[in-house]
Design a protein around this ligand. Structure first.
Ligand SMILES: Cc1ncc(COP(=O)(O)O)c(C=O)c1O
Length: 411
């Protein structure tokens, strides 16, 4: 994240494929803020107060677990086919707080470890680092290698006297890889984790942005054993500044309803000392938008999804033009949604290479090594297509390809 801020600050005019931010031209802040009153009226009815009193209550300290839980539950049902009760939800300050609370609560003993794929999202790595949580990373290039790699890592940790307590995964349009974990492998992982009593933290910020193909059910809906904790956010569907996300607990954690209640209380207690409650003003804004949209964000995000799909296509077309077959010094994946794709090169692409691209060619990229725990992704680059002007994509890829050809000795 520091690298991203540094190079973005140093080369403000460069074409950036580095940042995975959502496209801000789709933020309707004034309109969304105006929906706050809609929620306050709704809130007034639910607590039998008039608008003025309800409005002052929104300005007060509030319920630790949130005030828009019912509306979030409705939206999850309509948009993600996730059926839940509002009592299973804890509203958080973005997904980042959701991840932090879960990681801290589930891995609180010194022997507890958190399992992560390598590469993975740096947000979880940073939490582990800050809170002294031991990570057990594992690598799996192919989906078929995921379960064996996970099981080997769990066994190794257990042999060292450790207790793997949770597994962090982004099964839908992963950050940084852009990949989707197919249903059969999701089921395998769930079955294994249920057997080993390992909680799965399913992080799904990009799932709403599918461009084609049929949706894969979330791990949360596939889970019948109560091992999946689902983490959601409105950072990409509305905007990051809303800072509203949530933790959705299974109805019966590992088959035990009481265990869910206990975990909710422990998470809630932790949150009460961390952020007290999620900003009620921002919850009211989200609540107003959800009321206006009648519980589904599908209509609202459609233009942004179309923009991301078009940008992905422009990027793929530009890559194919710059690296024609036969002269294939680069290979890339074709994500069916989300914000990112990965390009593999015949040489290492690390911080130094990203800096040369920025300084000499005016194009910003993210080495996947920043997200990895070993050198297995040293030749891989993450290109984000979510927040770049479509008119610059061709030029940006051309500059990147110039560097690649130069470095690969194929001018
Ligand atoms: C995989 C993943 N999880 C979580 C987040 C953070 O989400 P939030 O803004 O809700 O804290 C991001 C942000 O980029 C992300 O890529």
């Amino acid at each position: 994240m520091n690298f991203l801020n540094e190079i973005a600050g140093e080369y403000p005019n460069a074409i950036s494929f580095a940042s995975g931010r959502p496209a801000q031209q789709f933020f309707s802040l004034a309109h969304w803020l105006a929906q706050t009153d809609r929620f306050i009226s709704h809130f007034a009815q639910s607590c039998a107060n008039d608008f003025e009193v309800a409005s002052s209550l929104i300005g007060q300290y509030g319920k630790t677990n949130g005030i828009v839980n019912e509306l979030i539950a409705q939206q999850q049902l309509r948009d993600e086919a996730i059926a839940c009760d509002s009592s299973q939800l804890i509203v958080t300050a973005g997904c980042q707080e959701a991840m932090a609370l879960c990681a801290m609560e589930l891995c609180k003993r010194p022997s507890d470890v958190l399992l992560v794929r390598s590469p993975t999202y740096i947000g979880i790595t940073g939490i582990a680092d800050l809170h002294g949580i031991e990570l057990a990373p594992f690598r799996s290039e192919k989906d078929s290698e995921l379960l064996p790699a996970l099981a080997a890592t769990v066994e190794q940790a257990e042999r060292c006297g450790k207790s793997p307590r949770a597994l962090y995964l982004i099964p839908e349009f992963d950050n940084p890889t852009g990949t989707v974990l197919p249903k059969a492998y999701r089921e395998q992982v769930i079955a294994y984790c249920a057997r080993k009593r390992i909680a799965i933290l399913e992080d799904n910020p990009y799932g709403a942005f599918r461009f084609e193909g049929t949706a894969v059910p979330t791990m949360y809906t596939l889970d019948t054993s109560g091992c999946v904790i689902y983490l959601g956010t409105y950072s990409k569907t509305l905007c990051p500044a809303v800072r509203v996300g949530f933790i959705l607990l299974p109805r019966r954690l590992f088959g035990d309803e009481r265990a869910t209640v206990d975990l909710r209380e422990r998470l809630s207690r932790r949150k009460s000392f961390l952020t007290v409650n999620t900003s009620q003003i921002m919850q009211a804004m989200l609540g107003g938008v959800l009321l206006e949209e009648r519980g589904s964000l599908a209509r609202l995000i459609q233009p942004a999804r179309e923009f991301y799909r078009r940008n992905r296509d422009l990027m793929l077309t530009a890559l194919a033009a710059e690296f024609p077959q036969g002269q294939s010094i680069a290979a890339w994946n074709v994500p069916t949604g989300g914000f990112f794709l990965n390009v593999w090169l015949p040489f290492k692409f690390l911080r130094a290479e990203a800096e040369i691209c920025a300084r000499e060619l005016g194009v910003l990229t993210m080495p996947v090594s920043f997200f990895a725990f070993d050198d297995g992704h040293d030749q891989c680059v993450r290109l984000a297509f979510s927040n770049v002007d479509p008119a610059s994509i061709g030029e940006g890829i051309k500059r990147f390809a110039t560097f690649v050809r130069m470095r690969a000795g194929k001018p």
